[in-house]
Design a protein around this ligand. Sequence first.
Ligand code: TEU
Ligand code: CA
Length: 543
Amino acid sequence: MTIKKENITIYQIYPKSFQDSNGDGIGDINGIIQRLDYIQDLGVDMIWLTPVFISPMKDNGYDVADYRNINPLFGSMEDFDRLVLEAKKRNIEIMLDMVFNHTSTDHYWFKEAINGNKKYKDYYIFSDHKTNWKSKFGGSSWEYVESMNQYYLHLFDVTQADLNWENPNVRQELYDIVNFWISKGVRGFRFDVVNLISKPEIFEDDYEGDGRRFYTDGPKIHEYLRELNKETFGKYSDIVTVGEMSSTNLKDCALYSNSEHTELSMIFSFHHLKVDYKDGQKWELDTFEPKKLFDMWRTWQIDLNINSGWNALFLNNHDQPRSVSRFGSQKYHSESAKAITTALFLMKGTPFIYQGEEIGLPNAHYNKLDMFKDVESLNYISSYSDVKSKENMLEILNQRSRDNGRTPMIWDKTPHKGFSSSMPWLDYTLSEHAVSVKESIHDQNSILAYYKKIIAFRKCSKVIQEGDIKFLELENPNVFVYERILENETYRIITSFSKEIENYNSDVSEFEVVISNYEINTLSNINQLLPFMTLVLKKNHCN
Ligand code: TEU
Ligand code: CA
């Protein structure tokens, strides 16, 4: 099969938490190789690995100190080469994570810069004055370097210094890195927070916000992405790219993912993952109203389609709490996991499954603050411990911490869950709803079995891959309905996001049931939907 954004499903691996092969409690590349048959059996076409490069791991690899070598924690370059080869044998390609907005302050370039090497000083953003911009991980986004009497910019952690994309030498270095990995057989790239790389010419205080309006989707962003494309992956027809777009907008995203292929294949946007934030604040809890999610999905689908852009379809990744805990239900754990994925993955775009999602892995449900390990969570605890109680912070972290998505995989129910032979670097989820891969494989009704069904269905359906999308029943607060249409075929996908039985009337006599998360084979009239019921219905106009 030729790799095309329309017909592939991508599986994201967070290597640290996937499979440990040497008993140090940390997942590694050889562990991934051991699990390739499982991944192939799922039916996915590409694996995205979050960063496995040399790194002090302050931000779990998003602080890269050497882009061309593998972190010994994860293995060696030989291991990586074997992974590429073994994956290809199974018709699976590898996507790497390129963190090009910033490097670790341990990177040779940064060390040279603060040692007074002028060439490398111009690789970063140094300034005599700081602005009032906030780092995305808390605190100021400028750090003072005494020996230079200057500040450097870090939009993320203080150990993640922003690169100066204005400098053509920096851009060339980064393009060479992409080409290096292409020559190793890599066929996919995810570009981390790539819409933040173009900074303004003048740095000024932001009196309306935290500074992001000055550098998000910045002045030269499209110019830089076009150059990156032209100098690297744009020379090949079988490479898939996705840009992570932080706090972005529809207009730029249509350009980033335009069908002329001058920038990237597709985008990750996050507006749909802020629908349960109170007043946009990550650390403030709010009740989830499904209609807010539906509205956001519809907006992004319709707008990117009209403007020839392309969405990545996802609810989970290593920065997000688990979708089943967030938008689903504990009581209807299995039904809700299946419903959510049906609604999401049959829309127009490229689906991304995040490790563990396919077995319905829930949030961490930790019972102690010190079980959290993520730099963002630790910064949160230290900045709020004076104003919030421990219980309150624990409740919030159990819903919002990035560690919810980073707990190790549960392969079986032995003490170390088949993940490792010793204590894992981060505790397993304590949730009683966690089901192992082993249990799932033997259960025809498992979430895993259902994911396989959806992936396989998508793979052989041109309508789902390429058809138009039309949304119905826009005012319904709990039921999400759309049709996918191509030539003489129509699929109607109806999904309830309600824990209750929904009164819902619809004449579907022209349709047949193709997939459902409840045992239903035929139906002519719908009167009600059971909790988290999903139905994939098909109408053939020639009949
Ligand atoms: O994430 C960017 C990003 O904006 C998120 O970290 C976001 O701020 C956070 O999830 C909100 O709570 C990317 C990577 O995915 C993330 O793991 C890195 O920490 C970050 O970039 C810096 O490289
Ligand atoms: Ca290991």
